[in-house]
Design a protein around this ligand. Structure first.
Ligand SMILES: Nc1ncnc2c1ncn2[C@@H]1O[C@H](COP(=O)(O)OP(=O)(O)OP(=O)(O)O)[C@@H](O)[C@H]1O
Length: 325
């Protein structure tokens, strides 16, 4: 069961300086993650999912502007913390990250055991022996035999490397783990076994997850809640049951129709058109141009409508003033 709010994000914005002006990759995002809750952030490539993850951990590229808005961890505002305090008190201590390509997250010339123990030595100032002992426990937790601690990354399979990166994220016992496309480079069976490890860890440890992915099927394995992004904004947030069963936003509905299903007679439908440029997004609804339900009002910025308990949708169709059909 999900508990008290752990992470609360309000009106978060992140822009990149480009030759053609500021590109707003995250543009007014509101989100909440409770304790022991897994939130999946879904969306097409380029909608801003990774930028959002990087903003939460402050691992931003040089051309990123300072993010604005609010980000509270256990009720405490952390967006304004100095880099030094953020590093000491938040990144890898309270919030950890599992990146997409495990090979890039591991140093090829250092034994994996040492790499998994390193966050403990750096952030918790543990001695070598105690750090190694906890690294071994983290290896066991993610399902890797401890004799692999002495191996180098290239001696591990892709699935094992991804588990090692997961062990590295969990070893400091963070409250929140951000998973950025954690299984997209893996085969389906390895994907499934890693999702099972995540589910078990969530149940046993009560840790919260933010799972960033474009893979709807994988996200439905772990997610308690879903936030769907489109062109830098969240267009719908709902429980996984409501989102996968009866999504409210026209984009969510089309996205669900585009997922191939077993025994389906009709072929899955693609969504015609493409997302707008984030350098000059339209003033009104960003999905309007591709939306079969668009009407006049959609040329104005849509409000975030409370559709149900903890279910919001950024769409004029659901506004009390009544939408067109
Ligand atoms: N350093 C950067 N400078 C300028 N623009 C960037 C930078 N990084 C990302 N972008 C742009 O920001 C937007 C969001 O990118 P982001 O990688 O966050 O999306 P995404 O949803 O994670 O996509 P993907 O699934 O392909 O990784 C895109 O238009 C991308 O081109």
């Amino acid at each position: 069961m999900a508990g008290a709010p752990l992470l609360e994000i309000e009106n978060l914005r992140l822009g990149y300086a480009t030759e053609r002006g500021t590109l707003w990759a995250v543009d007014g995002v509101h989100l909440e993650v409770r304790r022991n809750e897994a939130l999946a952030i879904l969306g097409e490539s380029g909608c801003g999912k990774s930028s959002l993850a990087r903003t939460l951990l402050r691992t931003l590229p040089r051309n990123a502007h300072a993010p604005s808005g609010q980000m509270r961890l256990d009720g405490r505002e952390v967006l304004g913390l100095s880099e030094e305090r953020f590093r000491r008190e938040v990144r890898w201590v309270r919030i950890a990250l599992v990146m997409q390509a495990a090979m890039n997250a591991l140093n090829p010339v250092v034994r994996v055991g040492e790499q998994v123990a390193e966050p403990l030595r750096v952030h918790h100032r543990l001695g070598r022996r105690e750090a190694q002992r906890r690294a071994a426990a983290a290896f066991e937790e993610v399902g890797i035999a401890t004799d692999f601690l002495r191996r180098y990354p290239h001696e591990l399979s892709g699935g094992m490397r991804q588990r090692a990166v997961l062990a590295m994220a969990l070893v400091t016992e963070p409250d929140l783990v951000i998973l950025d496309e954690p299984t997209s480079a893996l085969d389906v069976l390895t994907q499934a076994s890693i999702m099972n490890v995540l589910k078990r860890i969530k149940a046993e440890r009560g840790v919260s997850f933010v799972l960033i992915t474009h893979d709807i099927a994988t996200s439905s394995e772990l997610a308690d809640r879903v936030a769907l992004m489109y062109a830098g904004q969240v267009v719908e947030t709902a429980s996984a049951g409501a989102f996968f069963g009866e999504p409210a936003h026209p984009y969510s509905r089309l996205l669900m129709d585009s997922v191939p299903r077993l025994h389906q007679e009709e072929p899955p439908r693609a969504i015609p058109g493409s997302p707008p440029s984030l350098l000059e997004p339209p003033r009104g609804c960003r999905f309007a141009e591709r939306c079969p339900k668009a009407f006049e009002r959609c040329s104005e910025p849509p409000p975030e409508v409370a559709y149900d308990t903890r279910h919001w949708v950024r769409c004029w169709l659901h506004h009390r003033s009544g939408g067109g059909q």
